[in-house]
Design a binder for this molecule. Sequence first.
Ligand SMILES: [Zn+2]
Ligand SMILES: [Zn+2]
Length: 369
Amino acid sequence: MYATNYSINIRYVIKYIIFTLIMAIKVGRWDCVQCGYVGIKGPNTHCDKCGAARPENVVFYLADDSEIVKDSGKIKDAKSGADWVCSFCSGHNKVSDNICQSCGNDRDKTDGDESLKEKIHLFNKKPKKEKKSLKLSKGFKRVLWGFIAFIVLFAILAQFTTDINVAVIGFKWERSLEIEENRKVVEDDWQIPQGGEKIDSYRAVHHYNQIEDGTETVTRTIQKQVGTEQVKIGEKDLGNGYFEDIYEEQPVYEDVDETYEATKYKQIPVYKTKYKYSVFRWKDAGKLNASDTNKPAYWPKDERLENENTFRIKKRNEKYYITIKSDDKTYTEEVKLELWNNTNIADTLIAQESSVFGTFLGLKPIMQN
Ligand SMILES: [Zn+2]
Ligand SMILES: [Zn+2]
């Protein structure tokens, strides 16, 4: 019992000593707002240059080369608390002062240290990632907006159309048939389909079964906590011109190799009988084309299509065009079969052109319905 308590106490004492050693006290700085003199030592209550008193809302800061306080008396001063502000003259005084060093008034309940309270500044543990935003120069933005405005204006103007009469001067049609042939092909499969004729059979791997096959020793690297370390996470403004480092105990990790037994697996092939067979299948047999500039349109002919058991039509494609003339320019427009059939050479159709740009826009949509 005694031994346990004793060891705990020793550990606590050692930890306290280490902690105290690394809690460095540093001398802060402040700047005079009266004369502009900068870098006045924190504990000084008056400007080194003009003698003005430290302002009530003074901001202490740490310079890059801030000295660490080693003198035990100064450390005691630093740790004794924030300075107090005289309610009569706003002068700054040390905790140990009982009368104001500026005006001589006795310290009383109305004297506070509100503006000089201890302040904690924690470092940002994770530096904020700068947002990558697309920064456009003002000039470029202006050009971009101008371009968008131009496109919008163009789109609006393109909506204005004028009807024009055009003369029919020609026709054209294109028709094609995609055909298929019922051809004998050789295939392999686990079963012979209906109508298939067996050529051969053989054993083949159908699938694999996974079975356990003992164990193996696997090594992996894991992160293991091996202790802790004191990490400086911030600074405390002590409100009297001194600063103190703030430390936090953080875990320390190390990569450790760890071995364990893992189940091994084996792939066992499963064989089945596979068949080679011949069978009739409908296969692509090309395209038949027909086209002309005379009416009527007809479908391409091929005597092979007469035998329905060996040849058939898979798909029909058709396109019809009318050639029209407007202002000595000719245009060929694709139209529906009905309009194509009901139109003759020298007929007049209605087309459209852009009112603003004068460009030909094709037959008026209503013509096609
Ligand atoms: Zn000054
Ligand atoms: Zn005073």
